[in-house]
Write a protein that binds this ligand. Structure first.
Ligand SMILES: [Zn+2]
Ligand SMILES: [Zn+2]
Length: 110
């Protein structure tokens, strides 16, 4: 089954498998002829457009990214879902964590 939108009269109708591949618009006053192969092609194009639109974007440089959690290879920022942080922040956070851990070991154990 395929939805066809008549470009002449604007009527929407459904093409089913038992209908011919080429035929007339379901509106008796309209002479437009549909070609199911063309309609299928149009649908595929629409589908491809929808898939393309769903591609993820880096929130900073708007370039395409491969995953929700990744490092953008265009601007080098870390993308954590919707949020993104600079790589250097993570480095600083890791350093602070190490300092805190070393202090805990130094004073906590002794
Ligand atoms: Zn029509
Ligand atoms: Zn980016």
């Amino acid at each position: 089954m395929l939805k066809i939108n008549c470009p002449v009269c604007g009527k929407c109708f459904f093409w089913t498998d038992d209908m011919p591949a080429e035929g007339k618009c379901s509106n008796p006053d309209c002479e437009w002829q549909y070609d199911i192969h063309n309609e299928l092609k149009k649908n595929v194009t629409k589908l491809q457009e929808a898939v393309t639109a769903k591609k993820m974007q880096c929130p900073f440089c708007q370039e395409e990214i491969a995953a929700r959690f990744t490092v953008c290879r265009h601007c080098g920022r870390v993308i954590l879902g919707a949020k993104a942080v600079k790589k250097s922040y993570i480095f600083v956070a890791a350093c602070l964590l190490l300092i805190v851990l070393s202090l805990v070991f130094k004073y906590g154990v002794g």
